[in-house]
Design a binder for this molecule. Structure first.
Ligand SMILES: Cc1ncc(COP(=O)(O)O)c(C=O)c1O
Length: 322
């Protein structure tokens, strides 16, 4: 499918990312299971946000930005990728991180520092962080720093397009291999990744059911956000497609966002020990825990795709818990 209807993007990562069979897990679990390796987007330490940032940063440069401002959790992958890609583009990067400065810099926080980002720690509440970000934007503007704000998770009408393009990429790869998936399973937090996949599916007339595994927000709240985000993106692109039905599950969050439970540890170990692949505790570990549970309960069957969205640097911040 032609992609000319999408907004301009930078080509920062070498795409496509691989589509692979998980052969050992297939044998062990009796599932037909594949993985899309977006942990291998080739810049910024890898992960899903690179695809979103290719669109967002094209807009930032077109607007004449010299400074990037964004917001996230202490171990935000989105902030780490923004810090590294901003560095590559010679842009100053300010990260508003929600939480207290920890005693030592681990995982993504270490990489933010390595990339030379300016880090602002705020209160834990999203509202507090957002208010701080808005103040920082005004101050930066007054200082003539030409700031550009990238929203939480890179999820707006531009960021979402990264995953419309990703779905089109996957469809081409799947067609070459003669594959059609019954289900695609992925983590969901700010909702932009799954929103893009849903639009891509509508555009290609796909019969695959998307399953978003929430890693924090409640089902009602996140479902609403995903649909609104997809609608806003469809409007911006001036296309007419219905948003396909999807599943959004919040039963695998466990004790809370970023809190590692026993089942998530098991899911991460299974992937490492059977396939030699790394998952992270906050996003992909929880999504894979969800996939395993749904398959064991026979709520999903057929040919499945697990979309690996990256996040591996965060794993190292949790080493002492395993
Ligand atoms: C590794 C990883 N996977 C998945 C997600 C969720 O993506 P989205 O915020 O687009 O729902 C994130 C978001 O930060 C992430 O860092």
């Amino acid at each position: 499918m032609r992609k000319q209807f999408l907004s301009p993007k930078l080509h920062l990562s070498s795409l496509p990312t691989p589509l692979e069979a998980l052969k050992n897990l297939q044998a062990e679990l009796g599932l037909e299971l594949y993985i899309k390796r977006d942990d291998l987007t080739s810049v910024g330490g890898g992960g899903n946000k690179v695809r979103k940032l290719e669109f967002l940063l094209a807009d930032a440069l077109a607007c004449g930005a010299r400074t990037l401002l964004t917001i996230g959790a202490l171990q935000s992958n989105h902030c780490r990728q923004t810090a590294l890609l901003g560095a590559k583009l010679n842009l100053e990067v300010h990260l508003v991180l929600m939480g207290e400065m920890p005693d030592s810099r681990q995982g993504n926080l270490f990489l933010d520092h390595l990339a030379g980002a300016h880090i602002h720690f705020t209160g834990k509440e999203r509202g507090e962080g957002q208010a701080y970000l808005e103040r920082l934007f005004e101050e930066s503007k007054q200082k003539g720093l030409e700031p550009y704000v990238i929203p939480y998770g890179g999820s707006n009408e531009l960021g979402v397009q990264g995953y419309i393009a990703a779905w089109l990429e996957l469809e081409e790869q799947a067609k070459e291999k003669g594959l059609e998936f019954d289900f695609v399973v992925l983590p969901a937090s700010s909702g932009g990744t799954i929103a893009g996949i849903l639009i891509g599916q509508a555009l290609t007339g796909s019969h695959t059911t998307s399953i978003g595994i929430s890693v924090g927000p409640s089902k009602g709240e996140l479902e609403r956000e995903i649909i609104e985000l997809a609608q806003r993106t469809i409007k911006k692109l001036n296309i007419q497609v219905p948003i396909p039905d999807f599943w959004l599950l919040d039963e695998f969050i466990g004790p809370g966002y970023g809190i590692l439970d026993q089942e998530t540890q098991e899911a991460i170990k299974v992937m490492a020990r059977k396939e030699g692949l790394l998952l992270d505790p906050v996003y992909t570990g929880k999504a894979f825990k969800g996939l395993l549970a749904l398959a064991r309960r026979k709520e999903i069957k057929g040919r499945m795709l697990f979309w690996h969205t990256g996040g591996i640097p965060g794993l190292y911040a949790y080493a002492s818990i395993f």
